[in-house]
Every structure is written in structure tokens, then in C-alpha cells.
Design a protein around this ligand. Structure first.
Ligand code: PMP
Length: 330
């Protein structure tokens, strides 16, 4: 019989899928690493697994302990899955821009969720970074993985995502494109790919307009999970050959196209990364093999990027992007 002992044993080894429709008319091969195939539905299962195992080994996380983490949802899901298997309690701190759907997912796995305002600076006592710090000191046996500073975050991608891409493309990958949140994905995967290819693979970061990585000040943007208003230590500032800033409008436009034209129902940061990958594809030739990492699925964003009135309320919906509505001739 073929079965997994537990669903958390199925993290990683996600497939590559060609973005044939979106890259039509472009010369390179454009492939997507589809991370929603992970059991928790996102790329963050990879770091959750490695951070928890390392904390158990170091004794920071002890039986009966509590995991406390500021997370926009995906890291929380991964942590909640491992916590459930190993008997830990989970308390997650989310900014209020994170959709209620996503917060309910965390609760469904048995975690507790604390919501904090987005529109305060990181040093404010109510910022989600500070609230989580306070909870760690107040809860006995609390351990904060701190994905923004945990070396196991980029290390998990160095150990898994990078080697998977090298093997899946038979060493032919020429460009790796990913969004930057903590920077763990791009730094770990990028370092592996640079090392194994002798520096040949180009690493391209995608970043929301306004975020610090692309030269902004951290001005609020709507795309979730990427961009920062500070420089986390998990991000290797030397890793990117180029950083492409993508507007919310372009990110959401490509997100909707991924669902409609590629049947890939994915989140807004996926559209952002894919928009950057298409920009690279437009200027490269037939030998280029461009891989873009799509961090999560789109079900957590149905009331946002996939909702026409939400899109229209921000002025994103042009007639080209609008769905058919009642009264249209179909
Ligand atoms: N997209 C989404 C939806 C995310 O949750 C994250 C993680 N914050 C990222 C992209 C960015 O990944 P990383 O933190 O590894 O840079």
C-alpha cells in the first residue's frame, strides 16, 4: 500500500507547470513552480517544517510549548500543521489587511489568532511585530520562530526548493523569479542555484511598488505576503541580479489571468511574481528557461482580487479584465 504516515510528510516536491497561454508569442520557456501543491497550500510549509525541527533539536521548543508568530497566514498554516502533529499550542498575530478567510483557516487548524492594525509603523506598540514579542514574554514555554530572522527559513529553500528546480529543469534553468517577503525563498533558492550553476542562473526579485526592496519607503500596497517596510536578516541583499517593481494593478491583473487562462487559481503575490517573469520573458531569447515561484493558492482571496466590486473600488478593473456580468450576451 502506498500512503503517507501524516499529511505533513508530503511537503515539497511541487510540480513545474508551463505558462503557455501567458507567455504566448514570447521566445523563452516560462515555467511556474506551483507551491499550492504543498499540504498546507503554500510555500511556507517548507520553512515551518525546518524551523520547528531545528527548535526541537536546540531545545527552544519543548513538549507542551506554544508557538507564537506574526504571520500573514501561510506560515501560520504550516506551523499549525506541525504543531497539531506534535502537540503544541499556536498563537498567531496577523495584520488587519489579511483577509478574514485566511484568518479562519488558521483557526480551523486549531490556532488562536490576534489581529493588529496595518497602518502603524513597526515600532508602534500595536504593530504586529511588537504584539507578538509581548505575547512571547507573557506565555510560559512560548517560542517565536521569527521567520524574518530565522536562518532555517532561507536554509529550507537552499535544501529543498533550489535542488528541486535544478533537477526538474535538468540544470537548464536560466532565470529564477520570486516575490520577496521575508526574502527566505529568493535568498535560499537563489544561493543554491547560483552555486550549482557557477553563477549562471540569474535571480530576479519581484516587489510591490513602494516596498523597500525596490527602493520604496514601505508605503502601503494591497498585494499580501510580499514587500516590506524594513530589511529582514533572512533576505540576502547580494542575491538578486535585478529587482522588478510591480504595481498592485498589474499584480492583480496577472493573478486573474493565471486563473482564467492557465487554470491556476493562485494568490496576488503569484500574479506579481508572474508579471515580473513575463517582463523578463519579453526580452529574453529561445534558450532562456524562466522559472517563477507561485507561493500560494487563490481561495483565500476570493473576496479581494477575484471579486469584481472589490477590484473596481480600487479602480483596477478595466473592461478588459472584468468578468461577464448578468445581462451580458454570452
Ligand atoms: N507570497 C505569499 C502569499 C507569502 O505569504 C509570502 C511569505 N511572506 C511570500 C510570497 C514571500 O516569500 P518569502 O517570505 O520567502 O520572501
Amino acid at each position: 500500500m502506498e500512503y503517507a504516515e501524516h499529511v505533513t510528510d508530503l511537503v515539497g516536491d511541487t510540480p513545474l507547470v508551463r505558462l503557455g497561454a501567458l507567455s504566448e508569442g514570447m521566445e523563452p520557456l516560462v515555467l511556474a513552480k506551483v507551491e499550492y501543491f504543498n499540504p498546507g497550500g503554500s510555500v511556507k510549509d517548507r520553512i515551518a517544517l525546518r524551523m520547528v525541527e531545528a527548535a526541537e533539536r536546540s531545545g527552544e521548543l519543548v513538549p507542551g510549548g506554544t508557538i507564537v508568530e506574526p504571520t500573514s497566514g501561510n506560515t501560520g498554516v504550516g506551523l499549525a500543521m506541525f504543531a497539531q502533529r506534535r502537540g503544541y499550542r499556536c498563537v498567531f498575530v496577523c495584520p488587519d489587511k489579511v483577509s478574514e478567510d485566511k484568518r479562519n483557516v488558521l483557526k480551523a487548524y486549531g490556532a488562536e489568532v490576534v489581529v493588529c492594525p496595518t497602518a502603524v509603523p513597526p515600532e508602534h506598540p500595536d504593530s504586529y511585530y511588537n504584539v507578538s514579542d509581548r505575547l512571547v514574554t507573557e506565555i510560559p514555554g512560548a517560542w517565536k520562530p521569527n521567520q524574518y530572522a530565522n536562518v532555517e527559513n532561507p536554509a529550507s529553500h537552499y535544501a529543498t526548493t533550489g535542488p528541486e528546480l535544478w533537477k526538474q529543469t535538468e540544470g537548464r534553468i536560466t532565470h529564477f523569479v520570486a516575490g520577496i517577503g521575508t526574502g527566505g525563498t529568493i535568498s535560499g533558492t537563489g544561493r543554491y542555484l547560483k552555486e550549482v550553476s557557477g553563477g549562471r542562473v540569474k535571480i530576479i526579485g519581484a516587489d510591490p511598488v513602494g516596498s523597500v526592496y525596490s527602493g520604496g519607503t514601505g508605503r502601503p500596497y494591497l498585494v499580501e505576503g510580499v514587500g516590506e517596510d524594513f530589511w529582514p536578516t533572512t533576505y540576502d541583499r547580494e542575491i538578486c541580479d535585478e529587482i522588478i517593481a510591480v504595481s498592485d494593478g498589474d499584480s492583480f491583473d496577472v493573478t486573474r489571468r493565471l486563473a482564467r487562462e492557465e487554470a491556476l487559481l493562485v494568490g496576488g503575490s503569484c500574479g506579481m511574481a508572474a508579471a515580473a517573469a513575463l517582463e523578463v520573458a519579453r526580452r529574453e531569447g529561445p534558450d532562456a528557461v524562466i522559472v517563477v515561484l507561485l507561493p500560494d493558492g487563490g481561495r483565500g482571496y476570493l473576496s479581494k482580487v477575484f471579486d469584481d466590486s472589490w477590484m473596481a473600488s480600487y479602480g483596477f478593473l478595466s473592461p478588459d479584465h472584468a468578468g461577464a456580468t448578468v445581462g451580458d450576451v454570452l
